[in-house]
Design a protein around this ligand. Structure first.
Ligand SMILES: Cc1cc2nc3c(=O)[nH]c(=O)nc-3n(C[C@H](O)[C@H](O)[C@H](O)COP(=O)(O)O)c2cc1C
Length: 730
């Protein structure tokens, strides 16, 4: 619920101010070059130079000094009367008094960009709009920080791994984490400067106390010998005005970075000293932080902030449009009160809707009356006999935004008859509360007198279409119907789509698995642990295989399923055949070169590890725990494993066989046997990678959790959140 409020505010603010933010960012990018180009002029000076040195040098060269200033670029500017009686202002070298160059004139491009950036060429109205948009940007940065905290699961996990759902979402969060603080600084200083422009800050006029004239005994000392000038560094001075006349009540007026001084022109005595109030200091800092004047480094940060803002506007709107497109419920053919089948969907970013739509279409094709809606629209359904809840989980095991009121509505709304139900949960094993909300909904309905559970809650990891089909099979058995599910048409056409030539296909072994070696015809970047997406024809869903890289070749281990079109097709390929497939980078499942790693797999899940142990040029230790059916299953992989043991790429290898002996041994049994070793490995920062079936993963997790609790008093989540446990299971 809170997540959706933050998201709504974040979106609304962006919607209102996007055009202005785009303008401010583009002009800001241009303006960031102004301090950079100014700094490239070599008018800088040594920070240690005192005022006395500068005055002494200037006095030797010019007739009269009027002012000495350090400008916004930290260059020294002197206004003098030359020996020829001319009044001139220019940059000087304070160590010699020599003229370095004329004042830099603002380039027309910078003047144009400044006007547009500050006031949109609309004078006060424009300045007001810009101030308001800066304020909106402050609110957007705050709501953005809140959204990241919610998404990542708290402040301690702010910088933990971001789950990659798509390009826009991933980089919106990743860049957001780094840029929100600089954006907040730019926006706050923008607001401050606008308030200053509209005189909305407290008055800060300093009033010096001028001494009585008779107290000022003309005790003449040479100016460059004044104690105050000998101690003050030029780097601390904003400006130094020389006395207007020789009258004793005309003084040196010095503006430092933090205070003002009046100095007697004959004795050098400080007559009045006043610190700037906080408001003035904040104004100076705001100007510096907002413009980057005087520093190349901060100007580069400001430039990057502007680029990031443009990206956030683009990715934010792309995400919103995508979400809206996906969450749009197709027009129902039947009403809620005339439908026998009700499908309610809980979804944050829309992907659950595409599964619900496939189910909806399949039921309609069977001639059923079906009504589909969001969970928050739950109400009384007069003719309903079957209710299906398809819901994702968000935040930390919470409801997605369009299901936030569901629990309340169920409690308040009575149905006039009993309805059977089934809950299908969509989530990700990368979150500790896997499909938690689906479980909560299932419990809620179980305990409700109007509902009767027909199927146990079923969980789908990472929107797996294969898992969805498994649920459909269970559903068909329970309901005695056959459904034709039309898979979504995803055209695999990415920069990683390639043709691959079959180099080798092994014979099927006794557990129906085989290996395929493929050579990409055109170069493609990939690593062991990446995925290869393949579909036999466009009407079929894509099937993903975890791959190994051996040299330039892709190695896959495939189990031929009885009704698996993909695995059947691949099992029929011969050497020299060409297939088209797409490499999907999976950086979360790459081998770490700098940590010891335990590799745990069952069945064909061994594939990526064969590549990792083949190409493991590191002194770090790798240990393999593998679960297979029989000794014969091992023959497929033994040449790779033996070679890695001989080359010391693999330190140890343990294999469990579940069908060879009467005592079935599974990979989780091996983990149990090596409990102390595994606990120490994780305690010392080692990584555990798991690849294979979800069932195996759950069992390994159970055993690991028990070991870690008993030996380290820590949960498995502790190591998951530190990315020490990585999984790729299906
Ligand atoms: C910020 C965020 C939080 C998530 N929290 C969980 C969670 O606690 N448990 C879980 O199983 N999945 C979690 N997920 C994964 C989503 O539930 C999963 O990607 C789902 O398929 C999204 O479906 P939707 O697009 O219909 O919302 C989270 C995803 C994101 C981006």
């Amino acid at each position: 619920m809170t997540m959706s409020i933050w998201r709504f505010s974040h979106f609304l603010l962006a919607l209102i101010s996007s055009v202005f933010i785009v303008l401010a960012s583009v002009t800001g990018m241009i303006l960031a070059f102004e301090p950079i180009s100014n700094q490239l002029q070599s008018y800088g000076f040594n920070d240690e130079v005192t005022i006395a040195t500068t005055i002494e040098n200037l006095q030797g060269r010019y007739d009269e000094i009027i002012t000495i200033e350090t400008d916004e670029n930290d260059f020294v500017v002197a206004s003098v009367i030359t020996k020829a009686g001319e009044s001139e202002t220019f940059y000087i070298n304070p160590e010699t008094g020599e003229k370095l160059g004329d004042l830099i004139e603002k380039a027309p491009l910078f003047s144009f960009a400044t006007n547009l950036h500050r006031s949109l060429f609309l004078k006060s109205t424009g300045r007001f709009i810009v101030g308001l948009v800066s304020f909106f940007l402050v609110l957007m940065a705050i709501s953005g920080i809140m959204l990241i905290l919610k998404r990542q699961g708290g402040i301690r996990r702010y910088f933990s791994k971001v789950v990659n759902e798509n390009f826009e979402q991933y980089y919106h969060v990743v860049f957001g984490r780094w840029f929100l603080i600089p954006i907040l600084i730019v926006a706050l200083t923008g607001v401050y400067l606008s308030l200053e422009k509209f005189s909305m800050l407290p008055e800060t006029h300093l009033s010096h106390e001028y001494p009585e004239t008779e107290d000022l005994a003309p005790d003449t000392i040479s100016i460059s010998d004044f104690e105050v000038f000998k101690t003050l560094k030029l780097a601390d001075v904003n400006s130094l005005e020389f006395p207007f006349s020789e009258a004793v009540d005309d003084y040196f007026f010095i503006k430092l970075k933090n205070r003002e001084l009046l100095v007697n022109q004959y004795s050098g005595a400080i007559l009045s000293e006043q610190d700037y109030p906080l408001v003035t200091l904040l104004s100076q800092w705001s100007l510096f932080l907002h413009t980057g004047q005087g520093t190349i480094l901060w100007s580069v940060v400001l430039f990057l902030v502007c680029v990031a803002l443009l990206f956030f506007i683009y990715s934010g709107f792309a995400m919103t449009l995508n979400r809206r497109k996906k969450t749009k419920v197709s027009r129902n053919k039947f009403t809620k009160d005339t439908s026998e089948y009700i499908i309610l969907v809980g979804s944050e970013t829309g992907s659950t809707f595409s599964f619900a739509s496939m189910f909806y279409e399949a039921l309609i094709a069977q001639g059923k009356t079906v009504f589909m809606a969001s969970m928050n629209t739950y109400t009384c359904y007069k003719e309903a006999r079957h209710l299906f809840i398809f819901t994702s989980t968000y935040g930390e095991g919470d409801a997605p935004s369009n299901a936030s009121k569901f629990e309340d509505l169920v409690k308040r709304t009575a149905q006039n008859h009993t309805i059977d139900y089934a809950v299908l949960g969509f989530g990700s094993l990368q979150y500790p509360d896997y499909c938690k909300y689906a479980e909560d909904v299932d419990m809620l309905l179980t305990s409700h007198q109007n509902f009767q559970q027909k199927l146990e809650v079923f969980k789908i990891n990472n929107q797996s279409f294969d898992a969805f089909q498994n649920w459909i099979q269970q559903w068909e058995k329970a309901y005695g119907l056959t459904l034709q599910i039309k898979p979504p048409k995803v055209i695999s056409d990415s920069k990683y789509t390639r043709q691959f030539r079959v180099v080798e296909r092994t014979e099927l072994n006794n557990d129906a698995t085989f290996m395929l070696r493929l050579q990409p015809i055109k170069k493609v970047a990939f690593q062991s642990g990446d995925l290869l997406a393949f579909r036999p024809d466009d009407s079929q869903a894509e099937r993903l295989y975890s791959i190994a890289r051996i040299g330039d070749e892709v190695l896959l281990s495939i189990k031929k399923h009885e009704q698996g079109l993909c695995s059947f097709y691949l099992s029929q390929r011969d050497t020299g055949d060409v297939i088209t497939a797409t490499v999907q980078p999976n950086p979360e499942f790459h081998l770490s070169k700098s940590s010891n790693t335990i590799l745990i797999a069952n069945g064909t899940g061994i594939a990526p590890f064969l590549g990792m142990i083949h190409d493991s040029k590191t002194k770090k230790n790798r240990h393999l725990f593998l679960g297979l059916r029989t000794q014969q299953s091992l023959q497929l992989y033994s040449r790779y494993i033996d070679q890695a043991l001989t080359n010391h790429h693999l330190k140890t290898s343990q294999v469990a066989f579940s069908q060879d002996t009467s005592a079935k041994v599974y990979v989780q049994d091996l983990i149990k046997q090596h409990d102390e070793f595994i606990a120490n490995h994780l305690k010392n920062g080692g990584i555990v990678m798991i690849c294979g079936s979800i069932v195996m993963q759950n069992q390994v997790f159970e055993v690991l959790d028990a070991i870690l609790q008993a030996r380290l008093n820590l949960s498995i989540q502790y190591f998951q959140s530190r990315s020490q446990i990585k999984t790729d299971c299906y």
